[in-house]
Design a protein. Structure first.
Lengths: 152, 152
DNA sequence: GCCGATTAGTTGATCTGTCAATTAAATCCC
DNA sequence: GGGATTTAATTGACAGATCAACTAATCGGC
């Protein structure tokens, strides 16, 4: 790291294109969700993970892990969507430190209303733009990066 | 968009892997910058764009475009790093509505101190993980997405 | 069984980003 | 050349994220 090993022009171009593309993509998806359903992408992520969990519930710490939220962020976020009536908290009987976040029927409804539009947007802005081969390439590239960053 | 065209399992896996990988990557790079140089990635982006500009200066609106910041966000962000002494503002003589953001020598120093570590991190977490072929694939995929989102 | 260390989760202060409104100058165009 | 429109940039209020500090329960030895 002493004499910096600068990015060559191709790498720099690839890096900036990548940053720009992901930024634009996530911004667009966020906006779509927000406008069509009043959900932030964070909210959506939380609700969908809960909807997939057994009994519509998950321990806070597991939810944090799955969504890559910090515990603090998760506490605040759950407090907000609890306020909105989309989840409720339940204590864990076997570990009294623990809390379950539980998806409410209202939360499920909101999610079900939001999902088709969101999925359509992901499809439209991402998968429809890629060939099947590219989709596999992207999967492999992303997987490599993720693994290296310690998510095996 | 009526009967939702759900993602098939491969697509879902690819999507989640992609989201997770980008999240982890950007988080990691942010943290590295913050800890080693006290810069957020946003700060870094602003400083480097200015450092590349003719005369170390750029109009606010152009800087906003290049970095994909909203104007409001840029105003606030520049106010903060101006406070830190890394840029100053200068009025534009030919268009009195306009403002230039100008990199100060202190700003340049901070940037020069931050850059090698940041570049090394990008290299380590991204390019070193990819084959040259994959790097080209990523560039093309990102480019396709970016173009479709209206950045030709 | 009990004391230190760890783990689960929350809280409040602070920072950053967004949104809508505002100011001021330039441009359009008749 | 003067009134409507557009463009550049800022501002303030609010929403969301981070960070450090905190509480409370469990675990791990011994």
């Amino acid at each position: 790291m002493n004499q910096p090993n600068w990015l060559d022009p191709d790498e720099l171009r690839a890096w900036r294109t990548f940053v720009e593309a992901t930024q634009l993509l996530f911004d667009r998806l966020d906006r779509q969700l927000q406008q069509d359903s009043g959900l932030s992408h964070a909210d959506y992520e939380l609700l969908i993970r809960l909807s997939e969990a057994a009994d519509q519930r998950m321990r806070m710490s597991e939810l944090a892990e799955q969504t890559l939220f910090s515990r603090s962020r998760l506490s605040h976020a759950i407090a907000r969507i609890e306020q909105a009536g989309w989840v409720r908290r339940e204590g864990c009987p076997s570990d009294k430190r623990g809390t379950f976040a539980v998806l409410t029927p209202e939360g499920r409804q909101v999610l079900e209303a939001a999902a088709p539009g969101h999925v359509a947007a992901v499809r439209h802005h991402l998968f429809d733009q890629l060939t099947p081969v590219q989709r596999r390439q992207l999967q492999q590239i992303a997987n490599r990066i993720r693994e290296q960053l310690g998510h095996p």
